[in-house]
Design a binder for this molecule. Sequence first.
Ligand code: NAI
Length: 302
Amino acid sequence: MAINKVAVIGAGVMGAAIAAQLTNAGVPVYLLDIVPEQATNRNIVAETAIQKLLKAEPAAFMHKNNARLITPGNIEDHLSLLADVDWVIEAIVEKPQVKQALYKKLVAVCHKDCVISSNTSTLPLSVLVDGLPESFAAQFMITHFFNPPRYMRLLELVTSPKTRPELISTVQHFADIALGKNCVLCKDTPGFIANRIGIFWLQCGILEAIELGLTVEQADNIIAAPFGIPKTGIFGLLDLIGLDLIPPILSSMTRALPAEDAFQPISQLPTRIQDMIAAGLTGRKGKGGFYRLNAERIKESI
Ligand code: NAI
C-alpha cells in the first residue's frame, strides 16, 4: 500500500500547516474546509489558508513553484474528490459530534484501503468510532501532529485493535520517510502521552502565574529558558495553538480521567482566559492573544 494522494479536512491552524508539509514532501494534497454561507468567492478557503501560511510561515512552501497543494475549498462541493485519496487527515474543530458527522460522509466516499485519521488533541479514539461501522474502525486511527508541524517531529499514533495493521505500518513508514517524523504508538488513554503531560504542565503554569501575580512576560521568562523549553513559554504557546482549543481539551480530559486524578482540581480555565476567548482574542489565529497586537498586555498580571 502506498500513499500517493492525501486530503486534509480543516484548513485552520493545524490542517493548513499539515497540508503545507505534505506538499513540501511532494505529495498532492487536497485542502478542504467549510465555506461560510455569506462568502461570494467559493475558493476563499484555499486562498485564505495559503495567504495565512505565506504570511506566518514564509518557508512553509519551500518548493513553492512545485507546490501541488490542490485547494478547491468547500468540502460539501468536493466530497467526490476523496474517492481516490489514500489518506484523509481530519483537522476540524475539537467536537466529537462534528467530527463524527464528517466521518459518516467519508465512509460513503473513501475507498476501503484509504487511511482516515483524526488530528484530535485529546478525544479518545473509542469515542470517535462509537456508533460508526466496523469497516470505518478498520481504516481509522489518530495521527496527532504537533504545532508547528514542519518543526515538530513527534507524531503520536493511536490505533485500536480493529485498525488494520497494514494501514498502521503504511502511515508509520510514510510519516517516517516522507515527513521525517518520529512516530510513537500510544494507547487510547486521555491526552495520549504528550498532552497528558503537556496540559497538566500548561494549566499548572497558568494557575501558578495567577497566584503569584506575575505578568505574562515574567511568567514566560521563568518557565521558558530555565526549564529548557522553547522561548514561547506558556502564554506564547497559548497564542500559537489558539486559546479556543483549551476549553474542549480541558473538558475532554476531565471527562476521561478518574475523579481522583491529580488533574481534576486544576481543570478549570481561569476567567481571564475565558473572557479573552469570548472577545475573539484567541491568539495568532484570532484578533491577537497575549503577545500580538497589544504589547502592553504582556506587562499586565494574568
Ligand atoms: P482551527 O479552529 O484553527 O481550524 C479548524 C478548521 O476546521 C476551521 O477552519 C473550520 O472552518 C474547519 N471546520 C469546522 N468544521 C468543519 C467541517 N464540518 N468540515 C470541514 N471543516 C470544518 O483548529 P486547529 O487548532 O487547527 O485544530 C484542529 C484539530 O487539530 C483539533 O482536533 C485540535 O484538537 C487538533 N490539534 C490542534 C493543535 C493546535 O496547536 N492548534 C495541535 C494538535 C492538534
